[in-house]
Ligand binder design. Sequence first.
Ligand code: RFL
Ligand code: PHB
Length: 394
Amino acid sequence: MKSERTQVGIIGAGPSGLLLSQVLHLEGIDSVILERRTQDYVLGRIRAGVLEQGLADMLRQAGVGARMDAEGEVHHGFDIAFGGGRLHIDLAGPTGGKTVMIYGQTEITRDLFAARERMGGRIVHEAEDVTPHDIDGDAPYLTFSRNGENHRLDCDFIAGCDGFHGVSRRSMPADVLKTYEKVYPFGWLGVLSETPPVSEELIYASHDRGFALCSLRSRVLSRYYVQCPLDDDVANWPDEKFWNELKTRLPADAAARLVTGPSIEKSIAPLRSFVTEPLRHGRLFLAGDAAHIVPPTGAKGLNLAASDIFFLSRGLIAHYRQDDDRGLETYSAKALARVWKAERFSWSMTKLLHVFPEDGAFDLKMQRAELDYLAGSSVAQAAMAENYVGLPYE
Ligand code: RFL
Ligand code: PHB
């Protein structure tokens, strides 16, 4: 058994784990990341694209904001299309100038990997059977195997940043955890294509055939989604069929302008709301998708991972710098307070814009009344903008 020691053992090299490791490093705190996959695999996942200002600021402070600021796009609003018309939601006006940044999670991850490498950060890829031990005691450790060899990593704390299917959450005693979950009866079929985006800003479209979203990564890279049945398969969606379905669900002017092309990525993501409480047991802390999932409609998943890392890193820094454990003790409550508000927003956006197979005539009238109310109320639009740009970190 090969042994080593670090201050914070991090499971998972997604955005949560990488950002935590980077922030801690800048404060002189040592960490090791154990990741199950290869770097290429992690970078091949196409996920989030909308960053709140809080996340963008964290990346800048962590020294990984330069490419985002050069290549990302600042968006001041987005459109909601319904009933043949379009409603513009202004973000900056009602929020004192707050905006969102359009920059792909893949690029954030790439920037963080590069920074960690430059600064000599230790990331163990293809770490198998990662297992936390003695999280209740003062000397926790992780075991894993790599290339058939067994390893042990001793640490002061363990950060579970290993996503929804990771091992961290399962390592907490079952009688300590309480989970809350809602699974939606549909998924999102996403397509990435090297075509100019149909619109400068995002369009969220509510249509009788189901929801559709026009998003982008750059002026030459578009990201589109359509709501699809939960048990659907990408094999059922040749490009031609996808583009036709998307056009049907978009307002006529956008459909007419849409530039189509071969898809370079196509995948289906199920929609789920999920929260586990608490986020800490002993010396194991959960952060990001390991602890909570939101349906992507509110664009909050990655942003919640960032606020978790903000609270957790502050707690760890105060522990090592000032011998002050209050931040670690309040981590779970502080992070969860923000998580639940984003859960509410993501759930309400999902309810507002999707076709729910079980909905009757009354539910459809309620959904339409909600959209009409939003269209006629600057107060409702301001509330949507306030949530979309992201609620404060404290
Ligand atoms: P991740 O990204 O899942 O990373 C977890 C890492 O842990 C590794 N791992 C393990 N390593 C070692 N041992 C184990 N046993 C392990 N098990 C897992 C995994 O290989 C992986 O590398 O979680 P993290 O870091 O918490 O980041 C969360 C975000 O990825 C996620 O919340 C967002 O992508 C959600 N999301 C969006 N969020 C936004 O804020 N804005 C958006 O616009 C947005 N759009 C989206 C999204 C998610 C989507 N999908 C596919 C779920 C759009 C989509 C389609
Ligand atoms: C994306 O660009 O992938 C994206 C944008 C907005 C969302 C969800 C996903 O609400």
